[in-house]
Structure formats: structure tokens, C-alpha cells
Design a protein around this ligand. Structure first.
Ligand code: M6R
Length: 464
């Protein structure tokens, strides 16, 4: 703002002032600037995403395409080194280099508008949770026909080192993807949070390394920074992305779309499920296993939604008054514990920590007092370990809530049991995600919060 104002005060017009300020500014940004006595708004960016929407009698600008689509489907993508002057009925793009006007035809975004409607649901979050079977089905079909799966697997197979990089929920999918790849394809893959990738692994990256960058939005700045750093070291960039046309799709040598349609609610739900489905499908294909197990996912998700919703509704009131809780998992369910805890804290504002169940006794167990809630996400292949963790909690007076397939040992030891359909160890994590999403949703609503737009958060984080 002041960088531009400095030139305005010297008598330059707005375009000229912004051009001059552009060369002064360092770092990445996207912003809009205006003058009280000028009807135009000016938008510019460097590194970050910025999209213009052209409506019938208005124009708008956002760093996040899905936020524009309910208003208009005609869009113009802004590039680095451009200044856009928006009037209420038109836009004009200028090059920073010489101030000249650039002609660019608007694009039509033809993705379904259904995502932008609540479709009878009280919140987008509940609608998007309910859409998971359909989204998974669409992805399964897409993966069967996609010409990009084979080159992706080739790159993963021949990689010197393979990294799975993301933030937040997308990182949790990377964690689970890494377990699938080790178990099913005997391929070690390093899951890492995008900023930590830069700090920890980038210095060791060499040509021949491959990174799968995972992002719902494809615009998360932390992820794009990691892409840039990785490319600088010669890494091959692959993507798993939901928003087509996003920066990550353009930056990736090959990418797989997540086929979820737009996700409006800030808490990611259906995109997490499809990230996991994509990793499972890739791991099965890479390990030369039949892929029929993936075809079962949509039906099992549907069954889980039906069966767990009443159980979660019944459990939810018992969390009232608890502002602290833990979610524990192990092996394949460890990423689900992290993801469930993230959903709970994001939507309910309670402090909820996800953790490897075996780590609980190394310190956090001291938090457990009478009725203290601890959720255990159990896989069918680790019931004895689960029972041992449950007993560590219950013998200190804590309340153990298990989310698992039916097993008499859990029925005897846990206070509450949310029963999942029988699906086996590989699919169990996908199903276990659903009651945690629903619990976060119902509990957040019961606490009086809007689950779609939690305070202090935004859907797409385009800042460092
Ligand atoms: O668009 P991305 O997948 O790159 O976003 C990453 C995180 O910001 C995102 O997953 C965030 O953690 C979600 N709001 C969690 O529900």
C-alpha cells in the first residue's frame, strides 16, 4: 500500500505507481489496491494465485477460484508481472514491464455448480461428508481410464528417493499413502510437511528424486514454495490435486485429479478420502495387486455413513464440557488419528491432539483424569495393542472410546464403541475417518459454531 502511495504522491497515475512499486517489492503476494477518488480497483500478484471473475454487471477478484464460481463461471487468470484494473463491468490487464495492455479471452469454467449449493443440507461440511461415496466412485472410474496413472507409477518406481509432500489434511493423506506404498508396493516413500521438506530434505535432493505434491486447492503457498525449492534441486514434480487449472496442476509434470468437484467447507473431508483412495490405487498398481479392493470403497463408505451416523449422534453429547481430548491410532490408523484430531479442533475449537497410540504412555497419559475422553482408532490387525492402550486409559479413570470393527475384546474393555463395517486392515482407515468427521461436525454445531467457516481460518492458504 505504502509502496504504491509513495509514487502516487510523486504524481504518477495508479498503473505507473503500481509498476514502480512492483519492482521495489520482494517476496510473494497477491493483493488488491484502490484509491478513494478512482472507481477502479487494481489487482496484482507474484508467486501466489489470483483469479478475476467477470459477471453480468460486476467484476470480482479472489486468490481462490471456488469462491468466485457461485458468482460467475467466466474467469481470467492473472499472471506474475501483470496489473489488472477492474471496473464494475470490465477489466484491463497491463504488463508491469512496459505498462502495455494485454488481451486475454476469459475462460469458461464448466465444472458442475452442484458443489456451490447446499442441496438441502444445513452445512456444506455435512453435504461434503455425505458426498464421499459418489466422489470415490468418480475417482475410481477416472483412475481406471486415466492415461496419467502409468507415467506416474513409472516415475515413482524409478525414483531415487520418493517424497510425499502436503500440509494439514493433505499431509495426513501423504502419511497414509506412505504406509500403503510400503505395505503394498515395498516402496519407501517419505511423507513430509511442505515447509519442513524445504528445511529438512531439500538440501539432500538430487535429480532422480521424485515428489508427489498433494493439495486440495493446488494453491497452498507452503506447498508451492516446496515445489519451487524441489524443482531448483532437479526433483521431478508430480501432483495430486482437486482444483483443476490451479497453480499446482500447471507446475506438475504429471498430476492426478481428485475428481471431488469443488469443496466449499473449510474443513477438508471428501478430498481427504479421495487422496487416500488415489494413494491406495497407486500402491496396489505399483505392487501389481488386483485393484478390486478399491472398487469396494464407494459401497463401504455408503454403508459406513448409514451405520455410524446414529452411533455418533448418540455419543456426541457425552463430549460436552470437555475442552481437551486425544485421538490415538497405530500403523494404518495413525494418520486417521491425526486427521480426526485436526477435524475436531478445527470445527469444535476444543484442544484435540492426534498421536501414535504407543506414544501416549510416554507423557500425555498424565493428562488423563476421571472421565477424560480418549478416542482410539483401531485397525483389525492391531486389536491387542488397542486393548492395552484402552486399559492404560481406563485404569486411570479415563473414558476410552473405540472406533473399530466389531471385536469382543473391545466390547469388554472400551466404554464406548463406534462400530465400523468389516472391511479389513487396508480399507478400515478410510471408513474410520467418517465417524471422526461426523463427530467433529455434530459437536461443532452443538457448541454453536459454523463448521463451514471456522474462525481465523480460510479454505486456501495463499500466504507464507
Ligand atoms: O488445499 P490444501 O490441501 O493444500 O490445504 C492444506 C491445508 O490447509 C488443509 O488441508 C487444512 O488443513 C484443512 N482446512 C483441514 O481441514
Amino acid at each position: 500500500m505504502h509502496a504504491v502511495e509513495r509514487y502516487v504522491k510523486r504524481g504518477f497515475d495508479m498503473i505507473e505507481s503500481i509498476r514502480r512499486a512492483y519492482t521495489d517489492l520482494e517476496g510473494d503476494y497477491a493483493f488488491v489496491i484502490g484509491r478513494a477518488d478512482d472507481e477502479r480497483l487494481f489487482a496484482l500478484k507474484k508467486g501466489s494465485g489470483l483469479v478475476i471473475g467477470l459477471g453480468e454487471d460486476f467484476t470480482c477478484v479472489s486468490s481462490d477460484l471456488p469462491s468466485i464460481l457461485p458468482l460467475t463461471r467466466r474467469i481470467v487468470r492473472v499472471r506474475d508481472g501483470e496489473i489488472v484494473a477492474l471496473r464494475h463491468g470490465s477489466v484491463e490487464i497491463h504488463r508491469v514491464e512496459d505498462g502495455r495492455v494485454v488481451e486475454r479471452e476469459p475462460e469458461e469454467d464448466n465444472e458442475s455448480m452442484d458443489a456451490a449449493q447446499k442441496g438441502g443440507y444445513p452445512h456444506y461440511m455435512l453435504k461434503e461428508i455425505s458426498e464421499q461415496p459418489k466422489a470415490a466412485q468418480d475417482l475410481v472410474h477416472l483412475l481406471e481410464a486415466s492415461p496419467h496413472v502409468t507415467p506416474m507409477i513409472e516415475a515413482m518406481t524409478t525414483a531415487r528417493h520418493l517424497y510425499l509432500v502436503g500440509c494439514g489434511t493433505s499431509y495426513h493423506a501423504c502419511l497414509l499413502g506412505s504406509v500403503y506404498l510400503a505395505r503394498l508396493a515395498r516402496r519407501a516413500a517419505i511423507p513430509v510437511l511442505a515447509p519442513q521438506f524445504i528445511a529438512q530434505y531439500c538440501p539432500a535432493v538430487e535429480p532422480g528424486d521424485v515428489g508427489i505434491f498433494v493439495s486440495q486447492s493446488g494453491e497452498t503457498k507452503d506447498v508451492l514454495n516446496a515445489v519451487e525449492a524441489a524443482r531448483g534441486r532437479g526433483m521431478r514434480i508430480l501432483g495430486l490435486v482437486n482444483v483443476l487449472g490451479s497453480t499446482l496442476t500447471r507446475e506438475s509434470e504429471v498430476y492426478l485429479p481428485l475428481a471431488c468437484g469443488y469443496e466449499i467447507s473449510v474443513p477438508a473431508t471428501k478430498t481427504f478420502t479421495n487422496q487416500v483412495v488415489a494413494f491406495l490405487a497407486l500402491a496396489l498398481r505399483m505392487g501389481r495387486h488386483p485393484s478390486d479392493i478399491v472398487a469396494q470403497v464407494p459401497h463401504l463408505l455408503e454403508k459406513t455413513l448409514e451405520e455410524v451416523e446414529p452411533q455418533v449422534r448418540a455419543l456426541e453429547p457425552s463430549l460436552k464440557g470437555h475442552d481437551d481430548l486425544y485421538v490415538l491410532g497405530y500403523g494404518l490408523t495413525y494418520p486417521i488419528a491425526l486427521e480426526g484430531a485436526l477435524k475436531l479442533k478445527e470445527v469444535t475449537y476444543a484442544h484435540c491432539e492426534g498421536m501414535l497410540s504407543t506414544e501416549f504412555k510416554h507423557g500425555p497419559l498424565s493428562a488423563v483424569t476421571q472421565d477424560y475422553p480418549v478416542l482410539f482408532v483401531g485397525g483389525p490387525d492391531n486389536v491387542p495393542l488397542l486393548v492395552s492402550g484402552i486399559n492404560e486409559t481406563t485404569c486411570r479413570g479415563g473414558r476410552a472410546i473405540a472406533i473399530a470393527e466389531e471385536d469382543p475384546r473391545l466390547q469388554v474393555n472400551a466404554h464406548d464403541l463406534i462400530l465400523l463395517p468389516q472391511a479389513g486392515a487396508l480399507l478400515n482407515p478410510l471408513l474410520a475417518t467418517i465417524p471422526l468427521q461426523l463427530l467433529a461436525y455434530f459437536h461443532g454445531v452443538a457448541r454453536g459454531y459454523d463448521p463451514d467457516f471456522p474462525r481465523n481460518l480460510s479454505k486456501t492458504l495463499t500466504v507464507d
